[in-house]
Design a protein around this ligand. Structure first.
Ligand SMILES: C=C(O[C@@H]1C=C(C(=O)O)C=C[C@H]1O)C(=O)O
Length: 497
């Protein structure tokens, strides 16, 4: 059962019709979104004030968070975990004050409008005042505008979701805090100490034996899909396409998200370990961070496998150096990388007064692979050309950057149609933006890579995803091996062999 299903204030789902937009206008077919928890009208609502949910938010400093990579994850009381954690910093959240679900091509704009409505009416007392304190929402969005989820309109398959938790715990450097969020008018909802005891800490459980099986396209058949991608590139139709595959894991016991997050946050601490609405992973790729007028993006493309994963003996340092040098000189990988950097720089440019795009990538070392990486940074002009000059939120920046050539290809439109035509996979939220948005629109959005989708019905079936950038010089068998290496973080998290 969905955690909201027992919420005392689920009245009729209210269609939020953002200013100037009628429900369905953005997609032509589906509703633009709905809040599933809506505050009843309050007597003190001024006449003519905008209707919509109103939240009261309180952030206080805390000083009892241990200085460990999993301290935040360890606070999560149950498996309905919301998380965005790296090097022990970040945010975790639980409970749902508000949930906004959205479908189709308008999924980002509708969520962004809905978020602004919540921010406009929120009453916030924030004693800490750093990015991530105060009101925040966690979000996860589908890779593609069209997904089988759109047709079913099954909420579990909504193509985008924003969740405002009941409780958030965060850390940034030496500051740590707790935020509680309650819905105005929800008089039966617990507050203060009662709110914390409403979510008793349940022990973390292990998944037991985990069996892996082929997903939509089997490992043996996937190289033919890659070969088709290469052939299409060689006709000159496009320059790069990212093709992905999935593997289905079946666990003996329901999978506890906290078990996965704990292992990911420890073994892949240079990545952002995330969990939003059943989408879990540890991504090394930051689509966008927007903070106090500055914007940053970590672009990855170009990969070489390392001979070992977490838990296995460390590869000799000189083998690693050799691999890193090989990657930094590989013209195939440098070409793939260049496409990805150019697509991010071009998408950010309209929002920035100045930008820094390094000329050469660095090599990012992860336990399973090394990547060519470039950190693109910029100063925001404070105006969003797409929304009448309003300052862009991190969510609208993510929308402008998605899909980058790192997960789609070049040119974007040709790559996206080739993916739809030959990949044979419903990517759902894999390779889509995942992260959080806060007050003032600041926030961080990663690309949901090295990730898996936990079945909301039995929590025992988990789909693991991995994809590879394909250019004219790619080799299908080498790409298959690369996809195996990219599946490693989630296989490791699940304890699957
Ligand atoms: C698509 C994935 O990764 C992307 C593809 C890469 C590549 O092809 O070299 C590298 C990093 C990511 O941008 C994935 O991990 O599933």
């Amino acid at each position: 059962m969905h955690p909201c299903a027992s919420h005392p204030f689920i009245l009729k789902p209210m269609i939020v019709s953002p200013a100037g937009r009628t429900p369905g206008a953005s997609t032509g077919t589906t509703v633009s979104g709905s809040w599933t928890a809506v505050a009843p009208d309050t007597p003190d609502r001024p006449r003519g004030a905008p209707r919509g949910p109103q939240v009261v938010v309180r952030t206080v400093a805390i000083d009892d968070l241990p200085d460990t990579p999993t301290a935040l994850v360890d606070r999560l009381p149950d498996t309905n975990a919301l998380a965005w954690v790296r090097h022990g910093d970040g945010l975790v959240g639980w409970g749902e004050s508000l949930r906004f679900e959205t479908f189709g091509p308008g999924r980002f704009a509708d969520a962004d409008d809905a978020w602004r409505q919540v921010l406009d009416r929120a009453v916030v007392h924030d004693d800490v005042g750093v990015p991530g304190s105060g009101l925040v929402a966690f979000g996860s969005f589908a890779f593609d505008d069209v997904s089988p989820g759109d047709e079913s309109e099954d909420p579990a398959r909504a193509s985008g979701v924003l969740i405002v938790p009941r409780v958030v715990v965060g850390r940034r450097g030496d500051r740590a805090w707790m935020t509680t969020i309650s819905l105005v008018g929800d008089r039966s909802a617990p507050v203060g100490e009662d709110l914390l005891s409403a979510y008793p800490h349940q022990p973390v459980t292990e998944p037991g034996r985990v069996a892996l099986a082929d997903g939509a396209v089997g490992a043996a058949d996937w190289p033919a899909v890659v070969a088709e991608g290469i052939a299409r590139i060689q006709t000159g139709e496009l320059e790069k396409v990212v093709l992905a595959r999935d593997v289905v894991a079946t666990a003996e016991h329901p999978v506890d998200t906290r078990h996965l997050l704990g292992r990911l946050a420890t073994a892949y601490d240079a990545c952002w370990a995330f969990s939003v609405d059943g989408m879990v992973g540890a991504t090394p790729e930051l689509l966008v961070r927007s903070e106090k007028g500055l914007v940053a993006s970590r672009v990855l493309a170009g990969t070489i496998r390392r001979e070992h994963g977490p838990g296995s003996p460390t590869a000799p340092a000189d083998a690693d150096l050799l691999h890193a040098a090989q990657l930094a000189r590989s013209s195939k990988d440098l070409e793939e990388h260049e496409f990805a950097v150019r697509s991010v720089a071009a998408a950010l440019e309209p929002f920035c007064s100045s930008m820094n795009v390094p000329e050469a990538p660095f090599v990012l070392h992860l336990p399973n692979v090394m990547h060519l990486a470039t950190d693109v940074t910029g100063v925001l002009t404070g105006q969003n050309p797409a929304s009448g000059g309003r300052a862009p939120s991190s969510l609208s920046l993510a929308a402008a950057l998605h899909p980058s050539a790192a997960v789609c290809g070049t040119p974007t439109t040709a790559a996206r149609s080739l993916i739809r035509e030959i990949e044979g996979l419903d990517r759902a939220r894999y390779a889509g933006p995942v992260g959080w948005v806060g007050a003032g629109g600041d926030g961080e959005w990663g690309i949901a890579l090295r990730s898996a989708e936990i079945s909301p019905t039995d929590r025992r079936h988990v789909r693991l995803f991995a994809g590879c950038g394909i250019v004219a010089a790619s080799d299908p068998q080498a790409e298959l091996a690369e996809s195996e290496a990219k599946l490693e973080p989630m296989r490791y998290a699940l304890g699957a062999k």
